[in-house]
Design a protein around this ligand. Structure first.
Ligand SMILES: [Zn+2]
Length: 158
């Protein structure tokens, strides 16, 4: 009985902590595996640097959703070079602060609810032909690994 209660409490916490699906067509937040440009895992090698976020598989043109309820704060330009995927947004709320990029946000400020459409995946294939197209998400504090929040219960994320 007690064990069941503890398990229930743990599961409830995991569920409460878990983010929603980021991209239409990928409800379990499947993470990009290794392709010729590298791996989508947090901390993966990027030459002399490390990958600061997690790449969630997302086909070009797909709808992108808010992973949790919060407030859009500002535009983010991750590449700073104006390429076709140099767009994104900062989202704060529900105890988290993240930057999501490689998509075209519908807007850059204002409140959003978990699961609400916030934009559309950009044409990543035009910049990196053959890559596994993906939305990149990282914590504002990039020393934190966001992977555990992306694991959706029953989703079977590898
Ligand atoms: Zn990435």
């Amino acid at each position: 009985m007690l064990r069941g209660l503890i398990l229930f409490t743990l599961l409830a916490q995991v569920t409460a902590d878990s983010w929603g699906g980021l991209c239409a067509g990928n409800p379990s937040n499947k993470v990009r595996g290794t392709d010729k440009f590298g791996s989508g895992a947090y901390g993966a090698s990027r030459g002399s640097r490390k990958h600061k976020g997690v790449d969630v598989v997302c086909r070009d043109g797909s709808t992108v959703y808010a992973p949790f309820s919060g407030r859009l704060v500002r535009r983010e330009n991750p590449f700073g070079n104006g390429n076709a995927i140099d767009n994104g947004v900062r989202l704060e709320g529900s105890g988290h602060c993240v930057v999501i990029f490689a998509f075209a946000p519908d807007r850059y400020t204002g409140n959003v609810s978990k699961g609400q459409k916030i934009g559309r995946m950009l044409e990543m294939q035009s910049v990196y032909p053959g890559i596994t197209s993906h939305v990149h998400i990282q914590m504002c504090d990039t020393s934190i690994n966001p992977t555990r929040y992306l694991r959706i219960r029953g989703g079977g994320t590898p």
